[in-house]
Each structure stands twice: as C-alpha cells, then as structure tokens.
Design a protein around this ligand. Structure first.
Ligand code: AHM
Ligand code: MG
Length: 334
C-alpha cells in the first residue's frame, strides 16, 4: 500500500494477497465508474437541470429527488453489463433488480443507496453513495429478496463515495478501511488516507435533536449528560453536529472521532428508527468496525442483525468505541 496509488492498483494488490480471481476487482471498478459519473452530475447540479423533486415516491413513501432516480440509473447502467453480479437491490427500487437476460450473471450481489442524504442536494450540502457487496448463495442464478437477506458479517466489501468539497471513496474488504480522493483531472481515485482509525474517545456527538421528545431513556440520558457539559456527570464539554447526511457524518467520525445516532424512538417503535439495514447501516458498520469503531442498535451489534426485509430499518448508534459502549451499557441498565 502506497500513498498516492490509484484505487485500481490498491484493489489488484489486495486481490493478489488474498488470491482472488479478478472478478471482484472488475466489479469494484464498475462501481467506481458509477460514482465518478454521479460525482460529475452532482457537481454540475443546476447547470444540467438535475436539482429538485419529482412527483414520485419510493417504496418507503419518501418523495424522490430527480437525482435519486438519475443516480439509481447510473448505478444500474454501470453495473449490469459486467457479468460480475447476479442481482442488485437499491433504496430507490421496490424489488430486486435482476440482471437483464442479454448479460452474463456473476457470483456477487450488490445493495446500494445511490444518493444518501438527498434532502440536502438542493442546498448544496454533501451527499454520498453507499454500497455493500455480498456473495450470491451457491446455486442461485436468479436471486430473490431472501437471497440478499444475509447479516452484515457476510459482506465481502462495503464502501461509500462522498460528494463534498472533494469527492472521496472509502472502502473496506475486511482488511482495514481506506480513503481515496478523486483527482478530477486524472479521473482516478488516489489513496490519501490509508488505515483510517477512529479515536476511542470523543467529545462530539450527532443526533437529530428535534426528535428528543420521542427518545427512549438510554439515549435521552446519554445526550442529557453530554449537554450538561463540565458541570454534569461527564465533567467535560461536548460539541454537537447534525448534517442530516449519514455519509458526511460517518466520514467526520472516521476522520476525527465522534458518535452518530439515529435511534429507535416512540413515534413508531416497530419501525426501528429511520436508516435502512441492507444499504445504509450494514455497510457503514463494516467500515466503522474496520476503523476500530463500534456499531450497535443499542442492544445488538448491527452486523449480526438477521435481516427480514430488503428495506428493513434499524436503530443506528456508531462511532468512537468508548462512547458507543457507554450508550450500549445505558441500554442494558434500561
Ligand atoms: P435518505 O436515504 O432518504 O437520504 O435518508 C437517510 C438520511 C441520512 O443520510 C441522515 O442521517 C438522515 O436521513 C437524516 O434524517 P433527518 O432528516 O430525520 O434528520
Ligand atoms: Mg439513504
């Protein structure tokens, strides 16, 4: 691993170390191409008329932004032809997307959120693409939803692209988490942040505080103690951030530590919070754990949750080890 090397060289070297076939490297390259296309569209924004909403809603009843649909299409187009995938699932599609008959099928499955944080797009705040790669179960050529319902521990690779001041790609294949920055002139992601490490301690947390009245006691206790600052039980002042763009929040935590929470709450406890297990919580948890952080629902390691549906939601509490463990302990105490 060498600072400044291209992401393709990095993946090929990793594949040599692990004895891979090259199929996986080719799949990742298609994903990187999609993210470079998305980066370009997001960057041009109003110049090419892609901002704003559509009339349509996605399967979760959320109004779709034009870019939700455009970026979903970019992910599909970049990935369907290569012969590495048996199927795809996305936040923006109700059902599994089968690989069209004219293309060969491969041994991997991908789930993705093509444009996470898209409520931020019209105000020019960072958004991102999140993806997770799984193996297609042995003998399955026409994967259905249940074939995707594997716990996060089964992920072969997870990553996200962040479209911020720089476009960055963060990936893990289970050997650390590494960040690459897109050199727009060269058109390549270059290794800039190898072996990301989340500090175990932090004095920064992120939660949508407008939901405070719905929080359950363990989360309320944790936040109250942080907010009490130097005079409270923690004896230290805490800072708070809320970007409303999970990719940006996770990236901040990977860079300087912190805790991110989208907990379950009393509005609709059966729903399990807001974020989706298969294409938001699991990939982010894999990356966070590989950087030395912890990711929990409050009562369970997220990557060990048995998925029951493609669009299942799950409470998310992730980031600096000692703080997340403290919040988990508060959940145990009730
Ligand atoms: P999205 O996939 O529809 O963009 O929703 C997910 C986003 C996350 O990026 C972010 O953490 C959260 O929703 C913000 O939610 P809220 O608007 O409730 O603060
Ligand atoms: Mg999302």
């Amino acid at each position: 691993m060498q600072l400044g090397q291209t992401i393709t060289q990095f993946i090929i070297e990793e594949q040599r170390r692990t004895g891979g076939t090259g199929e996986f490297t080719a799949l990742l390259n298609d994903i990187f191409t999609a993210c470079k296309n998305i980066s370009s569209a997001v960057n041009k924004g109003a110049l090419i008329g892609v901002l704003g909403s559509l009339e349509s809603e996605n399967v979760q009843g959320e109004t779709q932004k034009k870019l939700d649909v455009i970026t979903n299409d970019m992910m599909i187009k970049a990935n369907e032809w290569g012969g590495h995938l048996a199927g795809m699932a996305s936040e923006e599609m109700d059902d599994v997307y089968p690989i069209p008959a004219q293309y060969p099928r491969g041994k991997y499955l991908i789930t993705f959120d093509p444009l996470d944080g898209s409520s931020n797009i019209d105000v020019n705040i960072s958004v991102g693409t999140i993806f997770s790669i799984l193996r297609c179960p042995e003998g399955v050529t026409d994967p259905q939803a249940e074939d995707f319902l594997q716990p996060g521990t089964k992920q072969v690779c997870a990553g996200y692209a962040l479209y911020g001041p720089s476009t960055m790609m963060v990936i893990t294949t289970g050997h650390g988490a590494h960040a690459f920055t897109l050199d727009q002139n060269v058109g390549e992601f270059m290794l800039t942040h190898p072996n990301l490490t989340i500090p175990a301690d932090t004095r920064e947390f992120a939660i949508n505080a407008s939901n405070e009245r719905f929080w359950f006691p363990p989360v309320k206790r944790y936040v109250d103690e942080c907010v009490a600052g130097k005079d409270g039980p923690r004896g230290a002042n805490f800072n708070m951030r809320w970007v409303a763009s999970m990719v940006a929040e996770v990236h901040r935590i990977l860079t300087r530590g912190g805790v991110f929470m989208y907990p379950n709450d009393s509005r609709d406890p059966g729903r399990g919070g807001k974020l989706r297990l298969m294409y938001e919580a699991n990939p982010m948890s894999f990356i966070v754990e590989q950087a030395g952080g912890v990711s929990s629902t409050g009562t369970e390691r997220i990557m060990e949750v048995t998925p029951e549906g493609l669009h299942q939601r799950v409470p998310v509490i992730l980031g600096s080890k000692n703080e997340v463990e403290r919040i988990v302990a508060y959940h145990k105490e009730g």
